[in-house]
Design a protein around this ligand. Structure first.
Ligand code: PLP
Length: 339
């Protein structure tokens, strides 16, 4: 097997409990869209509910239907828009829908979305809600980066929804759940923090979170480059002196992106740099000596944070996690389910 991805559901349960403590009475809703940010939606949804999350949130009706087949009694909320056909499916499957316009479908539980500053989906004003409407929500643009603007959005929302305070009101994402108490209302829609990744791009331990996903592989081959020889497409790494490199059989098709050149992984317990161009199926690391085939490589795990890879790639952990293929034929997927 080229690599192994381990999903630690015990860590996910502890993250749910950490969020519940931070929320001080407001409900944790588990956001498991995009296959639980690449972690596996059915496994993560079940574990999150078992740890006390009250509702599952996904982006699309098809995502919700996959969960419904496995979890017949779960509360499931679809955050994104639905076509007419999907509204009918949602009704049949007992899903709740977020609606961002004043056309409220009948016979299905609806949460109305207000735009208080995200400038994306949502209505600018709340009309008088029909009886299908059970909740009202908004989404924060800067909970992770600008708490002042986030609080402005929270106050706009509070003022706009005061007349319907009997409905379920929800505003917070992970960042707000952890650090903006005013955003709590009745529930928080938590995604990234469930997976033990920091919404702030810093060390998740700062917020009491533990990463759920780890990713390991091994050195498939060590090779001595003589001075002037190169590795990989485009000859982007040319050895200045005799240099051992190790080839790891993982590349961008597995989710180890091309812009991760220069990041570090752990090889046999030591930090080693990724050099040259990451190719579809292989990545080179610079070694200080020859290592035998089979030497373990930690791509993501203890001592190798996804936040650090995101910094090197100029992106966020969300995007990297979504790209890691945990359910393909390329990686072995191991689910740890210790209670
Ligand atoms: C994806 C999403 C969330 C979860 O955000 P995190 O930062 O991952 O916690 C919450 N609300 C909405 C509307 C979303 O689309």
């Amino acid at each position: 097997m080229r690599s192994e991805i381990t999903i630690d559901l015990g860590a996910l349960r502890r993250n749910v409990q950490t969020l519940a403590r931070a929320l001080d009475g407001a409900e944790v809703w588990a956001v498991v869209k995009a296959d639980a940010y690449g972690h596996g939606a059915v496994d993560c949804a079940g574990a999150a509910l078992g740890a006390g999350a009250k509702t599952l949130c996904v982006a699309t009706v098809p995502e919700a239907l996959v969960l419904r087949a496995e979890l017949p009694s779960a509360r499931i909320l679809v955050l994104g828009p639905a076509s007419n056909r999907e509204v009918a499916q949602a009704r049949d499957a007992g899903l709740a829908l977020v609606v961002a316009s004043d056309e409220i479908p009948e016979g299905v539980a609806v949460h109305v979305k207000l735009d208080t500053g995200m400038g994306r989906w949502g209505m600018s004003e709340l009309g008088s809600p029909s009886r299908e409407v059970v909740g009202v929500m908004t989404h924060l643009a800067t909970a992770d980066t600008d708490a002042v603007f986030a609080r402005t959005q929270v106050e706009r929302f509070r003022a706009a929804t005061e007349p319907v305070a009997h409905l379920i009101r929800h505003v917070a994402n992970s960042a707000a759940a952890l650090r903006i108490p005013e955003a709590r209302f009745d529930a928080a829609r938590c995604g990234i923090a469930l997976y033990g990744l920091s919404p702030f791009g810093t060390d998740p331990a700062e917020d009491g979170l533990a990463p759920v996903l780890s990713w390991t592989s091994e050195i498939a081959q060590s090779k001595l480059l003589r001075a002037g020889e190169s590795t990989g497409y485009g000859r982007r790494f040319v050895a200045e002196r005799d240099t051992w490199i190790g080839i790891v059989p993982v590349g961008y098709a597995d989710g180890f992106r091309r812009d991760l050149t220069g990041t570090e992984v752990r090889v046999g317990g030591e930090h080693r740099k990724v050099v040259g161009t990451v190719s579809m199926d292989a990545t080179a690391v610079e070694l200080d000596r020859e290592l035998p085939p089979g030497t373990p490589v930690t791509i993501v795990g203890p001592g190798v944070a996804l936040e650090e890879h995101a910094r090197v790639a100029g992106t966020i952990t969300y995007e990297l996690a979504c790209g890691i293929n945990s359910a393909t034929t390329r990686a072995r997927r191991v689910v740890l389910d210790a209670a």
